[in-house]
Design a protein around this ligand. Sequence first.
Ligand code: NAD
Length: 267
Amino acid sequence: MKIGVVGCTGRMGRMVVAEITGTGGCELAGGTESAGHPKLGEDVSTVAGLAASGLKVSDDPAALFSASDAVIDFTVPEATLHHAGLAADSSTALVAGTTGMGDEQVSALGRAAARAPIVLAPNFSAGVNLLLGLTEQVAGVLGEDFDIEIVEMHHKHKVDAPSGTALGLGEAAAKGRGVGLNQVADRGRDGITGERQPGRIGFAALRGGDVVGEHTVVFAGAGERIELTHKAASRVIFARGAVRAALWTEGRPAGLYSMMDVLGFGS
Ligand code: NAD
């Protein structure tokens, strides 16, 4: 299977290039970067710290989609939307890990998925996807006597907050309670905000250093507290999951899929 990488010189892009190169059953189709990027024309594999492959970093994503069976995208929301259009036009699978997309952008991605298989996941690690399932289950069992707070910490370069994974965990908790997250989310508190309202789901985002990604879902009751935590020690888990998702798309019909579907945890 030929897999392309858009945003191939980014932190995740380089990891994905290395993961494709080291995984059986697939080969690197090429990589792109944004127009005017300083690494355009360099060898995609050399940039990822590997031996040269002869594939040059290009700024022509349409050509990459034509040359690929699947494309992996860890870039920025506007770019991912553009790539979803190219996936639809070329019937090429897209594996999208970009976070920070608004509701309208996710809907647009869903429309593109009518014409190509698209796997959209705020987190490609198997452990986090297990945590999503556990969070939904525990929230459903405990009910509103337990206050839910979601705490996450990431490295200082992260641009969106709360993290896409934290929001995904919030959605899982809200689903477990049979409510919509938008109706109950407190996405940060400051100042004198009054007593905590029952049923709310709170978020806190910490940023600093080189933390790869840590998420804790706190269920705080009267006299006891349950905490479910996942700590990512290396970005490799996300790259590995994304390549697994790309391989999984082979022969799939068009549609919007999640990492839960890929891992077989799908509801
Ligand atoms: P990064 O800034 O290191 O890399 C992003 C890359 O995308 C950059 O190289 C940038 O030049 C490139 N890019 C921007 N616009 C482009 C365009 N139009 N065409 C091609 N390339 C373009 O960031 P990162 O740490 O690699 O993270 C990227 C995204 O992935 C973020 O949204 C992050 O939150 C998300 N992420 C998701 C997961 C997951 O498991 N889903 C894991 C880690 C990071």
